[in-house]
Design a protein around this ligand. Structure first.
Ligand code: AMP
Length: 223
């Protein structure tokens, strides 16, 4: 059976997480988010979490060797055999190269890299106003997507909170790190002929449609 190994690239706040959940549901691809894995480790207080926390709070990248290890392990799990959706990884050239090596070792490769683009001022506005449900992780926004009752999730009644790295200062650093460390990967995947650029501005349904078209095209080609 053909594989569908996909990367979601794009700055923080581009909507990768939102789109990833929908792709997971509709294409049956496991959603592998390094940010989620690291936040879980921080919440549990594991040694990985303790190591990662300082970098995350500052909006800096967690060291490559730490992140690469957890991703390689995760992609070897059985549910990733026929495809996966990577969100937030790779974020540096070294990570991209190590990912290619690890996939090649099991006869796999990246079939599609979706690069979502949104300009910086819109990203700052999206991220600093973002609120998340503590229970179900559903995203809200102080201006664009308010809950019916203040600070309460419409779906599950959970409490809404702001991610500690969604403050303006940290957001601006995350964007600087993105432009210097991660954006060069767009060229990397373009050179490999797997890049699709996605305009990340508009209604989430419209953006999803742009992404789904590329996924279907890739799936049909690989079959
Ligand atoms: P995210 O949820 O993808 O915005 O990630 C939140 C934070 O986790 C980032 O600001 C980094 O500190 C860390 N992180 C997530 N993925 C990576 C990665 N691939 N490499 C290094 N650090 C990462």
């Amino acid at each position: 059976m053909a594989q569908l190994n996909v990367i979601l690239l794009g700055p923080p706040g581009a909507g990768k997480g939102t789109q990833a959940e929908r792709i997971r549901d509709e294409f049956g691809l496991p959603h592998v988010s390094t940010g989620d894995m690291l936040r879980e480790a921080v919440a549990k207080g594991t040694s990985l979490g303790l190591e990662a926390k300082g970098y995350m709070d500052a909006g800096d990248l967690v060291p490559d060797e730490v992140v690469i290890g957890i991703v390689v392990e995760r992609l070897d799990e059985p549910d990733c055999k026929n495809g996966f959706l990577l969100d937030g990884f790779p974020r540096s050239l070294v990570q991209a190269q190590e990912l290619d090596k690890a996939l090649a070792a099991s006869g796999r490769k990246i079939e599609l890299a979706l690069a979502m683009s949104v300009d910086d001022e819109e990203l700052v506005q999206r991220l600093t106003g973002r609120r998340l449900c503590r229970e179900c992780a559903r995203p809200y926004h102080t201006v664009f997507k308010q809950p019916a009752a203040e600070d309460i999730c419409d779906e599950c009644g959970g409490e809404l909170y702001q991610r500690s790295d969604d403050t303006e200062e940290t957001v601006r650093n995350r964007l600087r790190v993105y432009r210097s460390e991660t954006e060069p990967l767009i060229e990397y995947y373009q050179a490999r002929g797997v890049l699709a650029r996605i305009d990340g501005v508009g209604h989430p349904d419209e953006i999803y449609k742009r992404i789904a078209d590329r996924l279907i095209e890739t799936r049909d080609r690989e079959e």
